[in-house]
Ligand binder design. Structure first.
Ligand code: ZN
Length: 504
């Protein structure tokens, strides 16, 4: 291939990004777009709330993780080092995100009659398979909540000492009235919560909005299998009711894992919009009350996905998973494209028509990239025009990750490149830099449209056509091509034989 890119050429092209406008993101806390100014120059400390592993995560969960993955990729393309931590919640997340009631993992373990850690392992494995299929980058760390109990207890004990927490007969709670900024993220201030009766009254708590930091293994929680000694933080082997053992509340886990791995203050914290309240509101209260410092500079939340008229949610039973997508014949990368093609602050109404359009668009882009790779250069001296698209793409991404506009830059570059009659070295280098930038950022153009699962009857026709071609029986070969087309597939004859793909 003529068009090998030198590192200097790539660097020259990426300089356009460095001179482009700075990255602005919509900060849920300040309710406005804010320029990112990192604590440490050129390094971003970023925490993403990961899944609670009591079932296979659905594509609504993944849309939020994909937003974080896209942001991380864009930061790296823009020259930042990203210290990305993405946790796995394997204990303490109670049903309905509540303070009382059953632990989601404990409940699933009782249902499947296996140990809670086996439940966590099974669904963690499925989750990691899905992340790989969606081409998500591996974070710096994937801490499990159950491996950070001592760190959580340390914060809880600090909060008790400072008077921000108190003990009841069933646990330890954070006293929201000791933290006047409570509600600043979600708008659920104590005044609003009281007026709207948003929280249930519980006579054990000082204020109805107080939330659990630690649950003792008493009452219904005497069934809880995963438990630790409050005194030492070591695994407890007791069973049944035992007030000296317990397990953490969901919110304290993220505060502790973030603090342990990234420090008291971080630049970015991401999650789904469902996490804003109570989870992230409570994280702020605990972390800031314990350290006396601002916890997060910028909060980013992904809007939800609807399926039909309702929010996609496990508790509503209307979810789609990655295996559902594959079973319908799509690549998980088609889903990646679909979910990223809509701006992260827009509610997406999932539709199969949207998946079809995403597959078509992604296939076109991948094929265009492959054609570009075989372009040869002439001796003409022309300006490196594709650098305008590099800037256009960067400006879109820097404007609060405006992916629809970034994709528009790709399609405009495609049209421009098709009108090029010959390629100067400059033009070709800038085109390749643009493609590199797009691939690294979106993460769904590295492979073709597959995996196309070809049904048996179609494969048989393809095999028969292979025989006909070898015999140079072109009439039969054309007839088989039509028969394959009728079944919704297209064959192309290449130097390596036939290639097959689903018709667009
Ligand atoms: Zn979290």
């Amino acid at each position: 291939m003529e068009a090998m890119l030198s590192m200097e050429a790539l660097c020259r092209a990426f300089c356009c990004i460095l001179f482009a406008m700075p990255l602005s993101l919509y900060n849920t806390f300040s309710k406005k777009e804010t320029e990112l100014h990192t604590i440490e120059p050129k390094t971003v400390r970023m925490y993403t709330c990961g899944p609670t592993v009591y079932g296979r995560p659905h594509i609504g969960n993944y849309s939020s993780f994909l937003m974080a993955d896209l942001l991380r990729r864009w930061l790296e393309v823009s020259g930042y080092t990203v210290k990305h931590v993405k946790n796995i919640t394997d204990v303490g997340h109670l049903l309905h995100d509540a303070d009382h009631g059953d632990d989601k993992i404990q409940t699933q373990a009782e249902k499947e009659k296996i140990h809670p850690l086996d439940i966590a392992k099974r669904y963690t494995d499925q989750y990691l398979d899905d992340e790989k299929a969606l081409n998500m980058l591996e974070p710096m760390a994937r801490p499990r909540a159950s491996a950070f109990i001592k760190e959580q207890l340390k914060i809880i004990k600090t909060l008790l000492k400072k008077g921000n927490a108190y003990e009841t007969d069933d646990g330890i709670y954070f006293a929201v009235e000791t933290f006047p900024q409570y509600g600043a993220l979600s708008g659920n201030t104590l005044q609003n919560l009281n007026a709207g009766a948003r929280v249930e009254v519980d006579e054990r708590k000082k204020h109805p909005a107080d939330f659990a930091l630690w649950k003792k293994c008493i009452g219904d929680n005497g069934r809880h299998v995963l438990r630790w000694s409050y005194a030492t933080g070591e695994v407890s082997h007791s069973s049944g009711e035992d007030a000296s053992s317990g397990f953490p509340g969901w919110h304290i886990e993220c505060s502790a894992m973030s603090q342990s791995l990234l420090g008291d203050q971080i630049d970015l914290h991401t999650g789904g919009e469902d996490n804003i309240f109570p989870h992230h509101e409570c994280e702020i209260a605990q972390s800031e009350a314990a350290t006396g410092k601002q916890f997060v500079r910028l909060w980013l939340h992904k809007r939800r996905i609807d399926l039909g008229d309702a929010k996609m949610s496990k508790s509503l039973g209307n979810i789609l998973t990655i295996p559902d997508i594959i079973e319908k014949g799509y690549s998980p990368l088609d889903l990646r494209y679909y979910l990223l093609s809509v701006h992260y602050r827009t509610n997406l109404k999932f539709a199969w028509k949207g998946m079809d359009d995403a597959r078509k668009a992604r296939t076109k882009i991948v094929e265009w990239m492959a054609q570009c790779a075989s372009s040869t250069r002439s001796d003409a001296e022309e300006a490196n025009d594709a650098k305008d698209f590099i800037e256009q793409f960067a400006d879109a991404m820097n404007a609060d990750l405006n992916t629809p506009q970034a994709l528009a830059a790709i399609f405009e570059c495609m049209a421009w490149s098709r009108n090029q009659k010959s390629w100067s070295a400059n033009n070709l280098q800038s085109l390749f830099s643009f493609i590199e930038q797009v691939k690294k950022t979106f993460g769904c153009f590295d492979s073709g449209p597959g995996p196309t699962s070809v049904p048996e009857d179609v494969q048989r026709l393809v095999d028969e056509r292979d025989v006909a071609r070898k015999k140079k029986d072109f009439a039969e070969s054309d007839r088989l091509r039509d028969a394959i087309k009728e079944r919704g597939f297209e064959v192309k004859d290449t130097s390596q034989g036939q290639s097959i793909r689903r018709s667009l």
